[in-house]
Design a protein around this ligand. Structure first.
Ligand code: DAH
Length: 393
């Protein structure tokens, strides 16, 4: 392809030729041919410049996005090379083939350069991506945190194990209960404070006109697992030896010794000839299994509506060994459960003859037992979900 200087020399020569032309006709023909020639040279020059420009842009492109932009500028629908090729049609026929051929060659050349650069960039971008996500296999592995069972579940199971070993089985009752099972059939007098709205969560009956309950609902979240005694005795004839673990609910504000939801384990034994001695022996055995052979137990007379006589059970303090300390409030004893002999009135509700059968019952708070066993000063720590605390058990 001719350079600019060569074209100038050429132009001068042509000028000379024109001046020497013999007649006007020859002159006109010469002029036309020369014009064509020059424009063809110019075309080639322009294409050459474009080619150089695009090849430089291609090798300058640092990433595939920039490279793609170069491709669009050159060969896209309204790219320079494309529109150049499109305008060839307007050239006079003698030049059209020549310019067209050159332009097509350049297009092929640019396409080739684009593809080569694309492969180069793809390879280096892949390497960079791999490097960025590289795993350092020399780093020590991250140990998987092993989960632990929640202390409440563990104590629950420990209690169950002890009683299963004595031949008891596990019974279950509903958490949403009626007044009848939670209070009435357990011989609780109508004016018993726990029946009040201040102590019990009542479930509002929203069933409308068809509701059998006028005013205050008789449906509630059970306040104790003792109701399971009634369910079991309704369905099963003695001998009965069951424990009933489960959640209970009370309208209490959480503090170190109260939770609005907690866990109880109820126990019930009904058989012929069951005495208070059996109750005492069972409780003592349980306490030694749960807290250790060196712990003593004592029973204090108490009142529960559904047992007669009733007692509260204390276990000797594990911190001071019975001497008296802050944990046991100076008494040397910690209260752990309520118990007593099943009241004949309760047998009356379930159709068990108190002249033939007798029985004992007991009920304990699982959270409280957990805290006493591990000297945890505040019940709320069990339900806060702080893993630093829970992982210790
Ligand atoms: N249900 C009683 C409470 O929640 C605990 C209890 C006391 C259960 C004496 C019993 C029992 O079975 O005999 O405080």
């Amino acid at each position: 392809m001719a350079g600019t200087d060569e074209i100038l020399v050429l132009k001068a020569k042509i000028q000379e030729l024109l001046e020497k032309a013999e007649n006007a006709q020859v002159l006109e023909r010469l002029k036309a041919e020369i014009l064509e020639f020059i424009s063809s040279e110019e075309n080639q020059q322009a294409i050459a410049a474009l080619r150089a420009e695009f090849l430089a842009a291609i090798s300058r492109a640092k990433d595939s996005h920039t490279l793609d932009q170069v491709r669009i500028d050159a060969l896209g629908k309204s790219g320079i090379i494309t529109s150049y090729l499109g305008s060839i049609g307007k050239l006079p026929p003698p030049q059209r083939a020549f310019v067209g051929k050159t332009a097509n060659e350049i297009r092929a050349h640019i396409e080739e350069a684009l593809e080569a650069r694309r492969l180069e960039l793809a390879a280096s971008e892949l390497t960079a991506a791999i490097d960025a996500r590289a795993v350092d296999i020399t780093l020590p592995g991250r140990a998987q945190q092993m989960g632990t069972r929640h202390l409440i579940s563990r104590i629950n199971d420990e209690i169950a194990e002890i009683f299963l070993g004595l031949g008891y089985s596990v019974a279950q009752g509903p958490e949403v209960e009626t007044d009848y099972y939670n209070f009435e059939a357990l011989n609780a007098p109508p004016d018993h404070p726990s029946r009040g709205l201040a102590d019990t969560f009542y479930v509002r009956d929203l069933s409308g006109a068809a509701s059998a309950v006028a005013g205050e609902s008789d449906v509630l979240l059970r306040t104790q697992t003792s109701g399971v005694q009634v369910h079991v005795m309704e369905q099963q004839k003695p001998p009965i030896y069951i424990i009933a673990p489960g959640k209970v609910y009370r309208r209490d504000v959480a503090d170190p010794s109260h939770l609005p939801q907690f866990t109880q384990v109820e126990g019930l034994a009904v058989d012929k000839g069951i005495t208070f001695g059996d109750l005492k022996g069972t409780i003592e055995y349980f306490c030694k299994q749960m807290f250790g052979q060196d712990r003593k137990t004592r029973l204090r007379a108490h009142y529960f509506p559904f047992t007669e006589p009733s007692a509260e059970v204390d276990v000797s303090c594990g911190i001071c060994g019975g001497e008296g300390c802050r944990f046991c409030k100076g008494t040397g004893w910690l209260e752990i459960m309520g118990c007593g002999m099943v009241d004949p009135n309760v047998f009356g509700y379930v159709g068990i003859d108190p002249e033939v059968y007798s029985g004992f019952a007991f009920g304990m708070g699982v959270e409280r037992i957990a805290c006493l066993k591990y000297n945890v000063p505040d019940l709320r720590m069990l339900v806060e979900g702080d893993m630093r605390f829970l992982r210790q058990f």
